[in-house]
Design a protein around this ligand. Structure first.
Ligand SMILES: [Zn+2]
Length: 401
């Protein structure tokens, strides 16, 4: 009788479980060991390293120096097969100096539409790109950021963990390394760039084996209109899954299984207050926002991918939870969204929250490493834990005994 009851209960548990209702990782889960190799100090050190190049504006010497530095770091982590995408960028004529009137803080209950079919509610703060050098009060940083962008050739770097049994298929893990605003582009997007670099470090460890491949891509020219990611799609889309040279077992462009973008991962302090001020502390209910777009060719698969990430967050992230939304927009996953399941990870939803002025450092001279606390950096670390766990499961990552 007892046995029968036990069997019935087990069956009930099995039948009620879904793909995403999973339990905590097993005690000897190798992915948990890999996630444990991410550390707050290392994440911060990588992010700090990026800030030595100021705001890393595209088309400048400081941007090119940052690409060189990122490539050297990737190689030093063991991700030695670095390659570059080369493209040309011409800035469309545009008057940066035209002052845009800032929307006032509102708390009227009015709902305003924003990018990605999102809706802004409650208190809405101003959003703009700082183009005023004088807003940077640190003279050394102002000087570092003073060279303007010039039109011409551009480069961006990636490296690849090659799959042991399916080298011909890969997930793309990306972030944009360029920024603007006369600060250090620490959150936007040093936080995502450091995350991708840290994942390249962990996956490139000689004792980590994956069935499928992972590409770590640091896009350039995101801030000018996703131009680096678009160049990648234009140049590489048709090369997918082709063995070259024939019979070599080498796949210069493995088939894309998914694209995961990381853009702004530190600051989740909540809505601006009615007087326009913001909470100086990370809110205790901060979370990682995983977004996809339902109204795309791969919308349903992207939704599934997003919930896989939420589940990985529950298994592997140490401090902050994750939430899923369907208004992904305005980042490098956009050019991929009708070609492959694509998601983005952020500190807040792009349209409803970031776009409503929740982050006062967004594109400002104050986007500095020193503007963030360990509670903020820990949100970025938790996003890294989420992606590392989720991708490790997807590519069948194991540790060599
Ligand atoms: Zn960004």
């Amino acid at each position: 009788m007892r046995k029968k009851l036990f069997l019935a209960l087990s069956l009930a548990i099995v039948s009620s479980s879904t793909t995403f209702a999973q339990t905590a990782p097993a005690k000897d889960d190798p992915i948990k060991t890999m996630v444990g190799r991410l550390e707050l100090a290392k994440y911060k050190a990588t992010l700090k390293g990026l800030t030595q190049f100021g705001d890393r504006r595209q088309g400048t010497d400081r941007n090119r120096a940052a690409v060189d530095w990122i490539e050297a770091q990737l190689k030093s982590y063991g991700c030695t097969n670095t390659e570059r995408i080369k493209y040309n960028f011409e800035q469309p004529a545009r008057n940066y100096r035209t002052p845009t009137p800032l929307p006032p803080v509102i708390a009227s209950g009015e709902i305003r539409k924003n990018v990605g079919d999102s809706r802004m509610r409650g208190n809405v703060g101003p959003v703009s790109v700082n183009e005023d050098a004088e807003k940077q009060t640190d003279a050394a940083l102002r000087k570092l950021n003073s060279q303007p962008a010039t039109n011409g050739p551009r480069e961006e770097v990636y490296c690849t963990k090659i799959g042991s049994t399916h080298p011909e298929e890969m997930y793309i893990v990306g972030a944009h390394m360029d920024g603007h605003g006369w600060g250090e582009a620490a959150d936007d997007d040093g936080s995502g760039t450091a995350l991708v670099m840290e994942l390249a470090r962990v996956f490139s460890s000689p004792d980590v084996v994956t069935d499928r491949s992972i590409r770590f891509a640091l896009w350039n020219n995101e801030e000018t209109g996703l131009n680096g990611a678009k160049a990648y799609v234009e140049q590489r889309y048709a090369l997918q899954g082709k063995e070259s040279p024939a019979g070599s077992g080498k796949y210069p462009e493995p088939k894309w299984l998914g694209m995961i973008q990381h853009d702004m991962l530190l600051w989740d302090h909540g809505m601006p207050r009615p007087d326009g001020t913001v909470n100086p502390e990370q809110r205790p209910e901060a979370d990682v926002n995983i977004e996809f777009r339902y109204d795309t060719k791969f919308g349903e698969q992207a939704a599934k991918l997003a919930y896989h990430f939420r589940d990985a967050n529950e298994k592997y992230a140490t401090d902050y939870p994750a939430a899923v939304g369907h208004h992904m927009t305005n980042t490098d996953s956009d050019p991929f969204k009708d070609l492959v399941p694509a998601i983005s990870l952020r500190e807040n939803e792009r349209g409803m929250q970031i776009g409503a002025g929740w982050n006062p450092h967004y594109h400002q001279a104050t986007d500095l490493f020193s503007s963030y606390s360990d509670k903020d950096f820990t949100l970025g670390l938790n996003a890294a834990q989420t992606t590392l766990g989720a991708v490790a499961e997807l590519v069948g990552a194991k540790l060599k005994k």
